[in-house]
Design a binder for this molecule. Sequence first.
Ligand SMILES: *Cc1c(COP(=O)(O)O)cnc(C)c1O
Length: 458
Amino acid sequence: MTIDGTQTLLRQAVEYGCEYLGSLDERPVVPDAQALAALGNFDESLPAQPTPPADVLQQLHRLGSPATTANAGGRYFGYVNGGALPAALAGRVLADCWDQNAALQLMSPVAAKLESVCERWLVDLLRLPEESAVGMVSGTSLASLCGLLAGRNALLTRAGWDISQQGLFGAPALRVVMSSSAHATIRKALAMLGIGTAQIELVPADAQGRMDAKTLPPLDERTLLLVQAGNVNSGAFDPFIPLCEAARRAGAWVHVDGAFGLWARASAATQQLAEGVDRADSWSVDAHKTLNSPYDCGLIICRDRGTLAAALQANDAYIHFSGGRDGMLYTPEMSRRARGVELWAALKSLGRTGVDALVTQLCQRARQFAVELGAQGFHILNDVVFNQTLVACEKPELTTRTLENVQASGECWCSGTVWRGQPAIRVSVCSWMTTADDVRRSVAAFAAAREQAKMRNT
Ligand SMILES: *Cc1c(COP(=O)(O)O)cnc(C)c1O
């Protein structure tokens, strides 16, 4: 195949992509039974012979596009899954043509430049310490792993233990203090770092899922304190000022899981929720959630650049560092896609006021859900402070069946959870695409789903 063939194919891919995006408003938010059944056509043995690329692409569109969830549309409210901003999506398509490796400046000058510009912009936008380093990883799971790794190593170094030389076995024991409502990925990161559940001290969460600073155990210089900007269910924020002050007095390391909530710092309407969070040592946040950069783009931000780089170092004679900012200094990976390109495009296209407006809009739509669902007799279980609305019906069984019906309706899609012992429906407004009308349409789908659930019961 020649480069002409690649160009033809790429134009076709963009054509299919545009057709797909154009269909989002009409098609069901989840694939229908026919689309799911058609996925069976992928179950063939590995072809012995080549397939013409145009046929490959055509099959992908024919079978693949209908079997997607309409995450890119305005009525997908599952988990906390963001949409993709136009400039960021288009920038990514261009970057995919470049096929750059963002490990070293030498491998991609443009990727290195855009990563360093994004680093500066992000620290400014989120109002974090100016000297902070930002590593671009796949998501908050990995970002938290990096933050906890930096914290673990820093605390052990201060205790006179050189982890890179002496290893973890026999090292002074560390304590971990975190909320009982910490995200599952935090427990996973701790387990990967050799910190077991027996070393974790849980602080009870209040009715909103916030850590209660009054019940914080005494901290010391061997403690990792894990706090949260945005509870995955309620969107609630921990009280950072007293928590970070207690940590600072004790010499503990504070890591913030701010996967979607750290963006509260970028909006005048929500910044007070995350006041004092800049006093922490490291932060993880997703650009692919609230900012609506395409998947996958997570950020590890660390106040002490040297500590993060030391925790993630890899050296060999064949690796030529620039002496400046090489991406692999701040990430566990070496070869890595140039995530800074679409991140730059997202930030450049929105600007400071655009990010503020986006965050503000997501929160307004979440409140609109609360008001309109409340008016329909649904119970709103949380204080809607950010982009999350937690919903229940009069009875737990009715909530469960209503959620099933909402999910089957194709009108909108939400995921469920258990909140304070009862089933609840999570509405996460996370896409720039969601309009006030999408919310109204979804509220109507909720009401219809509950009616249907009541009828089935009688
Ligand atoms: C989504 C989320 C994570 C995990 O982030 P990934 O990008 O999926 O790895 C961690 N913490 C919170 C609070 C989240 O919402």
